[in-house]
Design a protein around this ligand. Structure first.
Ligand code: C5P
Length: 234
């Protein structure tokens, strides 16, 4: 890529595109357990870039602002230059994953209203849970901003939960990251099977990265990511 590299994470690279935009390049890497398992899955970058772009466009069409501007190529997104807040915001509709390990909650328990949680992006410390006081102390989100973010998470959930349900899919949980642009907080990063949990409604078959986290082979994971993209776009 003929642009200056701004940052590189486990699955994406950020390049400086122009005064107001970055390029977000989706690699073929797949990782789990804060980088403990790591593989290359050819074609994954294209699938995730396309999935994320498709879902960002849906959110934009519902008036929810994201960093998405357009595609530079099939695996590279043109995005607004945000100053990212190093917090992972998770919304849960149905209990699974870290919450059933942390709290006395049973796998599959339904949350109504959904539960929103904040985690510090810090692989070394395994992304610790944050409360409002922690976020104010670290100057991440003010309490008012955290409440705004929770509201945006719920709006996104209303849109995506219903969209997936129409495709016979259940949105268990998802993670978003936010960034600042002037005085606005905007959704950044990605929305893909790496960052949300999707189960088939009738069979509860896993379609998301939990396949990989639980040790499935790469071919199975790839087929599932392809199936998901086909289902949501047809
Ligand atoms: O592991 P946990 O249950 O807390 O994950 C909640 C949601 O956040 C899942 O959809 C997971 O894919 C996503 N997540 C993520 N990046 C992380 C941790 C969790 O996208 N580092």
């Amino acid at each position: 890529m003929d642009f200056a590299k701004v940052a590189e994470g486990k699955t994406k690279i950020v390049y400086d595109y122009d005064k107001e935009h970055y390029l977000l390049y989706f690699k073929d890497s797949i990782t789990a357990g804060d980088g403990a398992r790591k593989d290359e899955m050819p074609g994954k970058g294209v699938l995730n870039a396309q999935t994320s772009a498709f879902l960002f466009r849906i959110l934009e069409s519902k008036g929810i602002e994201t960093h998405y501007v357009g595609m530079y190529d099939e695996r590279t997104m043109i995005v607004k230059k945000l100053s990212m807040v190093p917090v992972e915001v998770v919304l849960r509709n149905i209990a699974t994953g870290s919450i059933v390990k942390r709290l006395p909650i049973k796998e599959g328990e339904k949350f109504n209203p959904p539960i929103v949680e904040f985690f510090l992006k810090d692989d070394e410390r395994h992304d610790p849970l944050l409360n409002y006081s922690h976020m104010e102390y670290f100057k991440l989100f003010t309490r008012k901003e955290a409440e705004q973010v929770e509201e945006v998470m719920k709006q996104v959930n209303n849109v995506l939960y219903n969209f997936f349900l129409e495709k016979g899919l259940l949105l268990y949980d998802f993670k978003l990251e936010f960034g600042r642009l002037g005085d606005k907080l905007i959704i950044g990063d990605e929305i893909t099977l790496d960052s949300m949990r999707i189960r088939e409604k009738d069979t509860l078959r896993i379609l998301d990265k939990d396949l990989y986290r639980k040790g499935a082979d790469l071919e199975t994971v790839k087929r599932s990511y392809e199936e998901f993209f086909k289902r949501i776009t047809s």
